[in-house]
Ligand binder design. Structure first.
Ligand code: SAM
Length: 436
């Protein structure tokens, strides 16, 4: 599996030339429109010059009228945008499509440095191909309303990663009604699953749809054991696993991810997926993204200065994205911005321990020393397409289907999915780890 996952291509942005290939249709559309505009301008010019000396005066009046009209339209759009809070369509008109990303300026998107700059083997083209295959699978899911569980973006990400890695055993921590178990099963129909969750998914069957897998060993209900306390040696033996590199672990249990990484490292597990990789200032547990958010990383580190560019940008963007955090929310006492207001949260925020910046910094250094690969799943599509209203796209990597690519979005079947299913993106991350 290791060989399949790794490639020594430098940690380039997740999307390469392949994306351009897939976006051919859009580019063709755009160039057609430009040609038509040129033709119209030329025709208008010819028409006015044929009118003699009065022609230029009429042309000037027409231009002045058009300018006035567009000014009026622009202002009315702005008003509509501001008043229609969290409406992504108006939002994209307000910022302009490019503005959705570039407006965040130097703050950008934090990320984790890996030991040798390795990245994943799959490309954006592989992801787009996978997306086309996954949409009909997702449409047939048994749990249609998975509120508090995974939505479309992360379901796709987990399915894609599991299918690409082809592990011999899949472990999940945090099953809820069993949607993620079902996703793992769609990726690998014949591979055993081990699922850990305090409440057995079968309990949910009494109230509505749930998924219980036949080839899954449940440590759930009265048999529940936390990931950190499982006797993994005997579980591996039972499943005939001799190489831990052949095991994929999926965490959706809202526990401190540093704690989970240390537990996994101790056993020797190498391939991990974290569902909720919360951004700094948000979420109910300390995440990898929070740990790596350091000023020496491009897009990382924050200022609590109230009169800073960051403060201004944050307060502006918070109006448009529900998960956006302004400087007051970001910064706790003593200008502590790291984690969540200087706290390291754990276990659905039932435990909430203050940490110093020095400790937070040490955590990032530790993580960098054991990370072989860090890859955040991009959102499947831009907000003007999905109409998602929660996460700020400026704090996420570029979507697989960029804003404006409606043709591609429709061709992939994404228009058939309900809007709410795109609202749960929290930077799912795949990491590969090993001891120094
Ligand atoms: C967000 S839900 C999981 C959603 C699920 N993966 C899905 O996609 O539908 C979190 C789950 O973690 C479970 N949980 C809580 N503490 C846990 C622990 N220590 N280990 C494993 N699961 C835990 C909760 O009971 C809940 O079922």
């Amino acid at each position: 599996m290791l060989e399949r996952v790794l490639s020594l291509r430098r940690a380039a942005p997740p999307h390469g030339d392949e994306e351009a290939e897939n976006n051919d249709d859009g580019a063709a559309d755009e160039s057609k429109t430009k040609k038509q505009q040129l033709l119209l301008t030329t025709r208008a010019f010819n028409y006015f010059t044929r009118m003699g000396p009065i022609g230029p005066c009429l042309a000037f009046l027409l231009l002045a009228f058009l300018a006035l009209l567009s000014l009026l339209l622009f202002h009315s759009h702005s008003f509509v945008c501001v008043s229609s809070y969290y409406d992504p369509v108006y939002r994209s008109r307000f910022f302009g499509l490019d503005g959705l990303e570039s407006d965040f300026g130097s703050l950008g998107v934090p990320w984790c440095r890996s030991k040798h700059g390795k990245t994943v083997e799959w490309t954006s083209k592989d992801l787009l191909n996978g997306l086309e295959e996954f949409v009909p699978i997702y449409e047939a899911r048994p749990i249609k309303n998975n509120m508090y569980g995974m939505g479309f973006d992360h379901s796709f990400g987990l399915w894609f990663i599991a299918r690409w890695l082809k592990p011999d055993l899949m472990i999940e921590s945090g099953a809820f009604k069993g949607h993620s178990t079902w996703v793992l099963r769609q990726a690998m129909p014949d591979i055993p699953i081990v699922s850990l969750s305090p409440r057995h998914p079968e309990k949910y069957l009494k109230k509505g749809p749930a998924y219980v897998d036949e080839n899954c060993t449940y440590f759930a209900g009265k048999d529940f054991v936390d990931f950190g306390n499982v006797d993994w040696g005997s579980v591996m033996k039972k499943h005939g696993i001799t190489d831990l590199n052949r095991v994929l672990i999926f965490f959706d249990d809202h526990q401190n991810e540093l704690k989970r990484i240390k537990q996994a490292l101790k056993v020797g597990f190498q391939h991990l997926v974290f569902e909720d990789n919360y951004d700094t200032g948000t979420g109910d547990h300390y995440s990898l993204r929070q740990i790596c958010d350091q000023s020496y990383i491009r897009g990382g580190g924050h200022s609590c200065f109230k009169d800073s560019d960051e403060a201004r940008i944050r307060s502006k963007r918070k109006k448009f994205w529900e998960k956006g955090t302004d400087i007051e929310e970001l910064c706790g006492p003593g200008e502590a911005w790291w984690g969540v207001r200087g706290y390291m949260r754990d276990n659905f925020n039932h435990s909430n321990k203050p940490i110093s910046h020095a400790e937070h910094f040490q955590n990032s250094r530790f993580l960098e020393s054991i990370l072989d690969v860090y890859w955040e799943l991009p959102p499947v599509a831009g907000p003007s397409l999905t109409h998602q209203t929660r996460y700020d796209p400026a704090r996420a990597t570029s979507p697989l289907v960029e804003d404006g690519r409606y043709g591609l979005y429709q061709r992939l079947g994404l228009t058939r999915l309900e809007t709410s299913t795109f609202n749960g993106y929290t930077q799912m991350v795949y990491v590969q780890i090993s001891k120094e």
